[in-house]
Design a protein around this ligand. Structure first.
Ligand code: ADP
Ligand code: MG
Length: 411
């Protein structure tokens, strides 16, 4: 097992940049994936969020570009596909810092950027391009982006790309890049329905790598839940947590509509927060992420879709205002805290109808999540048993409840 970056066959320029970034030793996924990728093998890798997958594929790719320098100016040689533009920007930033001491040219092609800005980029020599599938396909169809020089294709957050319906476009992009010599696929999980069928056509005899966080790493996340009687009680518990417990938190909410409601309620209580949701103008998203990163605001509201893949360092608390639909998503969410050896907490606010899901999550984590109480905010209702009685609840009409139940069954 590789314990030090210097044991990998990386050039001094790259190693120096890693030292500057404060990366002292490779993470599990990096130690496993980098040697395989540097051998020229296709790689099918899964590792939980926050375990350093980005550098795991960037390092071997940048080393390849250094080992085989281009002879003349021309189009991109390494293509990284990511599901969202934020993620594309993050991957490109990481690539630029790792490649800081090289001459390699790194660009992004994503939605939310004007065609004029891209026109300038597309005319230049590019070594590594990070792109979102939809926008890249538009350029290919307009014959403004040339895939024939692509030697390596990387799919980052492949599970998410499938969830977002990019499967067919990625297949087409893969075909456009059919002269490539290598493909790397990275995902938080490889369990989703589509992933195995999807990977078969993309990868050739891949090395399969599953990196699990060591158990002691997981232990650094303290998890518990509060039971809530109703929405007012839930809000009171949240307010108490935000004021007394949490330093920097991300709060997960099920839908955009509920996010807007919560935002207004927090504003009425003079609690400062920022938010991320789908269908937000690019500039607004970027501003939100920056304000949170810089510590100007310490509370971020987000839906799962909007928060996916975004690296927000130093989160002390993950708060599940709404429970996720699957235990797998729970694991993703809580993985956003306790990064890089820090401690973190994950708090769930559980209504009667969520109790069953909370138990399911405990089984999935192989350790039940414990209930805690706040003295002055104890729930009045009894803890429901497993057969949760269908009680008429305010605010959620019967049809909506039924739809939710069905969605849960499917998940
Ligand atoms: P993933 O893609 O697996 O979710 P990222 O690549 O976004 O994870 O990395 C998560 C965080 O860990 C980032 O802040 C990154 O800078 C940091 N990181 C990555 N590799 C290392 C390393 N070897 N040592 C220290 N920190 C690292
Ligand atoms: Mg990632």
């Amino acid at each position: 097992m590789v314990r030090d970056f210097s044991e990998l066959d990386l050039d001094a320029e790259l190693l120096a940049a890693l030292v500057e970034k404060g990366y002292t030793r490779p993470t599990d996924i990096q130690a496993k994936a980098i040697p395989a990728a540097m051998d020229g093998r296709d790689v099918l890798a899964s590792a939980p969020t926050g375990t350093g997958k980005t550098a795991a594929f960037l390092l071997p790719m940048l080393q390849h570009l250094i080992d085989f320098p281009r002879r003349k100016p021309g189009p991109a040689r390494v293509l990284v596909l990511t599901p969202t533009r934020e993620l594309a920007m993050q991957v490109a930033d990481e690539a630029r810092t790792i490649a800081a001491h090289t001459d390699l040219k790194i660009f992004t092609i994503t939605g939310g950027i004007s065609y004029d800005e891209h026109a300038e980029v597309l005319g230049k020599t590019q070594d590594l391009v990070v792109a979102t599938p939809g926008r890249l396909m538009e350029y290919i169809e307009a014959e403004r982006f040339d895939c024939r020089a692509i030697e390596c294709l990387i799919l980052d957050e492949a599970d998410r790309m499938l969830d977002m319906g990019f499967g067919p476009i990625v297949d087409r992009l893969s075909n456009e890049c059919r002269w490539r010599r290598q493909t790397l696929l990275f995902s938080a999980t490889l369990e989703g329905k589509g992933v195995s069928g999807f990977t078969k056509d993309l990868l050739k005899e891949p090395v399969r790598i599953d990196a699990e966080p060591p158990r002691r790493e997981r232990k650094k996340i303290v998890q518990w839940y509060y039971r809530c009687d109703d929405m007012d009680h839930k809000l009171a518990l949240l307010e108490h947590t935000l004021k007394n417990e949490a330093e920097r938190s991300i709060i997960f909410i099920k839908t955009r509509e509920r996010l807007a409601e919560l935002r207004d309620k927090l504003a009425a209580r003079h609690i400062d927060c920022c938010w991320l949701q789908g269908e937000m103008a690019q500039q607004a998203r970027t501003n939100t992420i920056e304000r949170f990163r810089d510590g100007k605001v310490n509370i971020m509201l987000a839906t799962d879709v909007a928060a996916r893949g975004i690296d927000l360092p130093d989160i002390s608390h993950v708060i599940n205002f709404d429970l996720p639909r699957t235990a797998d998503v729970y694991l993703h969410r809580i993985g956003r805290t306790a990064r890089a050896g820090k401690k973190g907490a994950a708090i769930s606010l559980v209504e009667a109808h969520d109790q069953e899901m909370m138990e399911r999550i405990g089984r999935y984590m192989k350790e039940p999540v414990k209930e805690r109480f706040i003295e002055e905010l104890k729930p009045k209702n009894k803890k429901p048993g497993f057969a949760v009685k269908k009680k008429k609840k305010k605010g959620m009409p019967g049809a909506a409840r039924k739809a939710k139940k069905q969605a849960e069954k499917k998940a």
